[in-house]
Structures are given as structure tokens and as C-alpha cells.
Design a protein around this ligand. Structure first.
Ligand code: SAH
Ligand code: SF4
Ligand code: F3S
Length: 451
């Protein structure tokens, strides 16, 4: 019988991690088993990211290194999926003829059917304007083919609520690689979460490129009534047994008052918010097509903090966007001082295919970008440490993710990683109360109460 073993490599965001899980569940249904090393694989799936040039380069260097594996084993099948697949299509096969399959971001549910058509090289990257997310429920028991899934313990699960993006920020490739915004049916999401919680899942992370516009572009319930993200959040939070609810990502322009109220109302909605600002300069925000000003953003931050004073806020920053002056960059640094984020992801601007910004002529030099990134990150690290020190001596509930002989690791409601230096009397998936005894830049240390 044909050996069916799959090795999946995932690059990119949480949406891609979830898409890999979907592909692996589909493959498991067809009798595929996960394998730990690519040498044992009969099928290799690489789920790719195109958000910055570096992410794309990683794919091509991995593909280059797989040429020998294919020569040694001609029956090996190599599939490229995800955002680079969507963007490059048949160019991938032209550049790397040992690739058998290229499937786009709307074809992940069809992977087994595409695979079944053996023998020919296939490129399937249609991006439909009328795409619907199929009715499909995740089964945590069948996620074993994704090596990444083993790292994420089974009591914390991602649930995709929408696909695509309509915002066209001028630097961003995502609207081109993921297509137009489409929201999943609310009933499917609620069924999925209910089922997951029934199997012992404690924490759910709702995913979309811009969850705040959930339900805007297509009806998501039978009667076609308005069903905004805040309503979904309330309905999911109300599912019996769900202990922690998080979501990502939010666009500041679509952050509603009603969503802010959810932070005051819903006990199991975690006090954590990722609100990408990208720049502190109004001129740059305009050139980025972000559709909010620095003042709008700061007002939303204040209102979020008023609703939930213990909220841990994180952001994304791009430095060296075309035309960014020293004064613009200074405005970003001032915003950092004003908001004092608990943490941030910061990137040097990277030219991406099809985007408006890639044709701008006032690009910053590599030196300027590197220098600004260094300055930003150095200050953010200091602030993160100061922020984390605020937790010293506080008591936090930790959801344990891993337990070893000499310690354990888990997460606080704010999503801080908490390390325990002694093995607790509890197993992964349980909650323990911990006194914080140490604070680093990226994590906290603590001891279980009563020990
Ligand atoms: N949908 C999310 C994030 C998408 S990509 C949002 O709207 O916030 C994640 C982050 O990558 C972005 O927030 C941005 O900071 C960064 N990013 C996107 N395109 C980039 C580019 N061309 N160069 C550098 N960073 C980029
Ligand atoms: Fe990209 Fe902007 Fe859409 Fe986020 S909102 S995915 S940054 S276009
Ligand atoms: Fe990358 Fe695509 Fe996600 S470009 S960040 S994998 S949506």
C-alpha cells in the first residue's frame, strides 16, 4: 500500500498556522500520518508567507534544499500553499520544477481532491470574489499531522472567523494574497467553539486579518440581521465552560464602542489587546492609507484602558516607510512613550509586489531603516521590562502549557509567559494561582500560591 506520511512546514501568521491545521485534518481524514522528519515524508506541504521579502526568501531556500530529496525519492510530492503560492502561482514551478502542487489561500479545503489527481503538476490559485468559507468544524483529535500543532497544546485553539482583507494599506500584500474579506457563518463558529470546549479546550483565539469588520461584507446568520464582531464575542464568551477568550487582529479604524464595552462586561475575555498602530505620524498614517489619525488612535487606547484598567496592550510598527522623515520617526517614538506598550512587533518597511507603496520613489535607505528599528526596539525593550516589573508580587491565574521535572510554563490572562522554577502539583491545561516573583523583558517568573 502507498505510504502516506506528511511533513508540514508553516511560515507566517496565526491564520497560516490554523490553515495548516485545516490541511492536516483534511489529510488525516485521507489516511495521512504526521512524520517528525522530512526524510520519512511521502508528502511535504510548505505553507508560506509573503508579508515581507525575508519571509518569501525562506520558502525559496527551503525549496532549493528539497531538490536533492526529490531526486533521491521521485515519488515524493512537494506542495506549496499559502500566500507566496497565491502570489507567485506557476512562477514557483518554473523556478523550482521539483514542486508538484501550488495551491492558493482559498483552496486549502480542497487539498485532498487536488492531491488525488496524481501525476500532473498542478497550480490551483483562483481567487474568487464570491468565496465562502466552507462549513467545517475542527477536530482537535486529528490535528497530529501538523508539527506546529504539537507545540500549541490542545487546550488552546485558534478559530478562524474570517478570511481576506479589504483595507489595502499601501505597504501590505495581504489583500492580494488572501482576497476580499469574507466572514464565516456565526453558527459554524459557535458550533466549533462549543465542540472544542466540550473536548477540554480552555482558551479560544478568534482569528481574522481585521476581526473588527466581522459580518460587514456578507450575512453571517440565517435571518441576515446585522451581526457585528461585538455580538460574536458576546455569544462565544457565553459558551458554557470557555475560560479564556482572545482575538486578533484589530484595525483601529473599526474598533467600536460596543467592542470596548465587551472588555468591561465579559469576564472570560482576556485583558489583552493587539492594536497595530504602524506609525505615530499623521502624514505617514495617511500615506499608509490607515484611515485614522494619531489622535483617533490615542483616544481609543484611553477608552480601552478606562474599560479595562489591567489591559495589556501590544502593537505592530513599521519603520522607514517611504518618505518617513526624522520628525515622523520621532512622532512614532513619542507615541511609544505615551502608550507604553507591554510589547510590540516592529519591522523595517519591505517592498511587496502589487502594493501601492512599492512604486513610491522616496524610499528610505537600508541604513536609516536599521538605525530606526534599533532605536525603537531598544526603547520598547526597556518599557517592556518596566511594564513587566509592575506585575511583581501580584497574583495571577496561570493556564499551564507545559510541565517538566524542574519547572513549568504557562500564560497569565494578559498573555504574559510565566515560568515556574519548581514543578507544580498540576498538569498542562489546568489553572493555578501564581505569585509573580521575577520580571524579564519577555516573560515573568513566579511561584504557585501556597508553596
Ligand atoms: N492584519 C493585520 C496584520 C497583517 S501583517 C493588521 O492589519 O494589523 C502583520 C504586520 O506586518 C503588520 O501589522 C505590519 O506591521 C507588518 N507589515 C505588513 N506589510 C509590511 C511591509 N511591507 N513591510 C514591513 N512590515 C509589514
Ligand atoms: Fe494588511 Fe492593512 Fe489588511 Fe492588515 S488591515 S492585512 S495591514 S491591508
Ligand atoms: Fe503572511 Fe499571509 Fe499571514 S502574507 S502574515 S501568511 S496572511
Amino acid at each position: 500500500m502507498e505510504k502516506k506520511t506528511v511533513w508540514i512546514k508553516t511560515f507566517g501568521c496565526q491564520m497560516n498556522i490554523r490553515d495548516s491545521e485545516i490541511m492536516s485534518q483534511k489529510l488525516a481524514e485521507q489516511g495521512y500520518r504526521a512524520c517528525a522528519s522530512l526524510e520519512e515524508a511521502s508528502l511535504i506541504v510548505i505553507n508560506t508567507c509573503s508579508v515581507r521579502a525575508k519571509a518569501e526568501q525562506k520558502l525559496f531556500s527551503l525549496l532549493g534544499s528539497l531538490r536533492a530529496a526529490k531526486q533521491a525519492n521521485p515519488s515524493l510530492r512537494i506542495c506549496v500553499a499559502g500566500c507566496v503560492a497565491q502570489q507567485e502561482g506557476k512562477n514557483i514551478v518554473e523556478r523550482m520544477p521539483h514542486v508538484d502542487l501550488v495551491i492558493g489561500t482559498q483552496q486549502i479545503y480542497d487539498l485532498p481532491e487536488v492531491l488525488a489527481r496524481a501525476g500532473t503538476v498542478q497550480v490551483r490559485t483562483e481567487l474568487s470574489e464570491t468565496y465562502h468559507i466552507p462549513r467545517y468544524l475542527q477536530d482537535p483529535g486529528s490535528l497530529s499531522p501538523a508539527p506546529e500543532a504539537e507545540e500549541t497544546a490542545l487546550f488552546s485553539r485558534y478559530v478562524t472567523i474570517m478570511q481576506g482583507c479589504n483595507n489595502f494599506c499601501t505597504y501590505c500584500v495581504v489583500p492580494f494574497t488572501r482576497g476580499r474579506e469574507v466572514s464565516r457563518r456565526a453558527a459554524d463558529i459557535i458550533d466549533e467553539v462549543t465542540r472544542l470546549v466540550g473536548t477540554g479546550v480552555r482558551e479560544i483565539i478568534l482569528l481574522g486579518q481585521n476581526v473588527n469588520s466581522y459580518g460587514r461584507e456578507n450575512p453571517v446568520c440565517e435571518d441576515g440581521a446585522p451581526y457585528p464582531f461585538s455580538r460574536l464575542l458576546r455569544d462565544v464568551a457565553g459558551i458554557e465552560g470557555l475560560r479564556r477568550l482572545r482575538f486578533t487582529t484589530s484595525h483601529p479604524k473599526d474598533l467600536s464602542d460596543d467592542l470596548i464595552s465587551c472588555f468591561a462586561e465579559l469576564d472570560n475575555l482576556c485583558p489583552q489587546f493587539h492594536l497595530p498602530v504602524q506609525s505615530g505620524s499623521d502624514a505617514i498614517l495617511r500615506k499608509m492609507n490607515r484611515k485614522y489619525t494619531r489622535a483617533d488612535y490615542l483616544d481609543k487606547v484611553d477608552r480601552l484602558r478606562a474599560a479595562r484598567p489591567d489591559l495589556a496592550l501590544t502593537t505592530d510598527i513599521i519603520v522607514g516607510f517611504p518618505g518617513e522623515t526624522d520628525a515622523d520617526f520621532q512622532a512614532t517614538m513619542e507615541l511609544l512613550e505615551r502608550v507604553r506598550y507591554h510589547g510590540s512587533f516592529s519591522f523595517k518597511y519591505s517592498d511587496r509586489p502589487n502594493t501601492a507603496a512599492s512604486s513610491y520613489t522616496d524610499k528610505c535607505s537600508e541604513e536609516i531603516k536599521s538605525e530606526r528599528l534599533r532605536i525603537f526596539q531598544r526603547r520598547q525593550d526597556e518599557i517592556s521590562l518596566e511594564r513587566n516589573r509592575e506585575y511583581l508580587d501580584r497574583i495571577v491565574d496561570v493556564l499551564l502549557e507545559s510541565v517538566q521535572d524542574d519547572g513549568a510554563m504557562g500564560r497569565a490572562p494578559t498573555n504574559h509567559i510565566v515560568h515556574l522554577e519548581k514543578r507544580p502539583d498540576a498538569s498542562p491545561g489546568s489553572f493555578i494561582r501564581v505569585r509573580v516573583t521575577g520580571a524579564g523583558q519577555h516573560s515573568l517568573k513566579g511561584v504557585p500560591l501556597g508553596s
